[in-house]
Design a protein around this ligand. Structure first.
Ligand SMILES: Cc1ncc(COP(=O)(O)O)c(C=O)c1O
Length: 370
């Protein structure tokens, strides 16, 4: 028998999937994987029901024209510059295949979202991670450390704001420094903004607004509209580049499920008009407080999230693998986000996109069966 290529070893079952599997096995409360416990809004579900029977055949690989237009309006870009993808995960993979290859280096911050490293390697490039600092004041970005990591081989920087898992929202000043560096060394910027509507303070700056000529922005209807299983994502490309990017995207699944593209197209303006995102922020802001208060009472050090629906916390006695078995609470170990640098002691990621009942239940179980 011929052997599988070594690249098939690059990513095994993700820790997110494993913790969800263990959560099911131990009937644990799942504060691990980042999917909401609430159903998607009725206006989105109704739009999907309406679309089936009307939008059932292929769309162009760049996406259903109505969705590209709706995204263009929503994001303040030309709809022609949008490429619709099957979730943000595919968007990131399409960009990896389009922007870097053998001999190239890709900069990314660590802790790092799990697909960034294997996707860079599958594209033949070398991921270079730059550590965030964690001290008593919380997470911090050290521009000088990033600057030192740039080499003549740097082809792209992949940044995520709001940032999973730290909850960091990068300031406009920090992003301006990043843009200046990218212009000085002439590399691409990929800005993963799947949590763009989930913030609990200042509205995040979109990197594209600071460097439209070199920024690819990645988004996700799953994250915005509480429908992670629908797999509708997108890339907002620098002007004139979407045709080439769609050419790579078309080699994967050709196009994304068309009724769901149509439903997202119809739902985006409704979400704005009805204040859906404001409601989401209000609700998740309160759930974060509930979780933070409870974790602190149990002796954890909690880093406040300014965005996303995750927070990190440290507790000297908690280990994710053991907690799921002993306390019946599934969370993600900090090690899931580290590849090259030491994991901060006792680091865990908690998702607060779960119901208040689930959060309360998890806290109660941690209290009773630590
Ligand atoms: C930072 C980040 N980027 C991308 C994704 C993938 O999004 P999607 O579900 O749309 O593929 C996630 C999902 O958790 C994420 O946290």
């Amino acid at each position: 028998m011929p052997e599988l290529l070594p690249r098939t070893q690059l990513s095994q079952e993700s820790v997110f999937a494993r913790m969800s599997r263990l959560a099911a096995q131990y009937s644990a409360v799942n504060l691990g994987q980042g999917f909401p416990s609430d159903a998607p809004p009725a206006f989105l579900q109704d739009a999907a029901r309406h679309a089936i029977g009307r939008f059932d055949q292929y769309s162009p690989p760049a996406g259903l024209p109505a969705l590209r237009t709706a995204l263009g309006t929503d994001l303040g870009v030309n709809g022609q510059d949008i490429v619709v993808t099957t979730g943000a995960t595919e968007a990131l993979n399409v960009l990896a295949l389009s922007l870097y290859g053998p001999g190239d280096e890709v900069l990314m911050l660590e802790p790092v979202f799990d697909v960034y490293i294997p996707q860079a390697r599958l594209a033949g490039a070398d991921p270079v991670t730059v550590p965030m600092r964690l001290d008593d004041a919380g997470w911090a970005f050290d521009f000088e450390t990033l600057e030192r990591a740039v080499t003549p081989r740097t082809r792209a920087l992949l940044i995520n704001t709001p940032f999973n898992p730290t909850g960091t929202v990068f300031s406009r000043e920090e992003l301006l420094q990043v843009v200046a560096l990218a212009r000085q060394h002439d590399f691409w910027l990929i800005s993963d903004e799947v949590y763009d509507e989930l913030y609990y303070g200042e509205k995040p700056t979109s990197l594209r607004t600071l460097a439209p000529e070199r920024t690819f922005t990645v988004g996700s209807a799953g994250k915005r509209l509480e429908a992670t299983g629908w797999r509708v994502g997108w890339i907002a490309c620098p002007p004139g580049l979407s045709g080439n990017i769609a050419g790579i995207r078309q080699q994967g699944s050709f196009c994304s499920p068309v009724p769901l593209q149509a439903a997202v197209a119809a739902a985006l303006p409704v979400a704005r008009a009805e204040g859906f995102y404001e409601g989401l922020r209000q609700e998740y802001g309160e759930r974060q407080q509930l979780l933070t208060g409870g974790l602190k009472e149990l002796g954890a050090t909690v880093q406040e999230a300014r965005g996303t629906y995750f927070l990190t916390a440290q507790h000297p006695a908690w280990e994710a693998e053991k907690l799921v078995e002993t306390s019946g609470v599934a969370v993600i170990p900090g090690s899931a986000f580290y590849a090259a640098h030491p994991v901060p002691a006792g680091l865990l990621r908690f998702a607060f996109c779960k119901s208040r009942e689930q959060i309360g239940q998890a806290l109660e179980q941690l209290r009773q069966r630590p």
